[in-house]
Design a protein around this ligand. Sequence first.
Ligand code: PNS
Length: 159
Amino acid sequence: MSMRRAVCPGSFDPIHKGHIEIIARATALFDEVIVAVSTNYAKKYRFDEDERIGIARQTLSSLAGITVQPMGDGLLAEYCREVGANAIVKGLRNATDYQYEAPMAAMNRHLTGVETVFLLADNQYTHVSSTLIKEVHSLGGDIADYVPRAVLSRLNSSR
Ligand code: PNS
């Protein structure tokens, strides 16, 4: 029987507990989950590609069935084909996420047949994003409830 392999894609700049909760739930549905860290080389990130991958690996090391890999700046659907994944897993926080994600899911299925599985974000994380975490932290707000310790210490040391 073939492995059920899924890709959880994102920028993960940085990874936060909302991401981790979705990734953990994906491991219950698939034999293997590849956390694919995307990099748009024209874009400025708070953490560079190696740091985003390193932090994600460190943070997810206690969960079985997960690998963290660079995805570069290519097409997600092609990446899924290359790694033999027939599903993409994404979290949905609200209707705005749905409106943004639905056309991409349809396009990705058109491109290679890859399906997108949406998991509804847990209530405690519906307001959490990497963007908001970086902004609140840079203005002195407490975001400790929403990030793993490795992220908090890196945010503090690069303030
Ligand atoms: O964490 P993000 O920034 O919301 O992740 C967005 C990501 C990487 C999942 C999205 O930008 C993406 O799929 N990029 C790959 C490029 C691609 O395939 N574009 C066409 C989508 S139909």
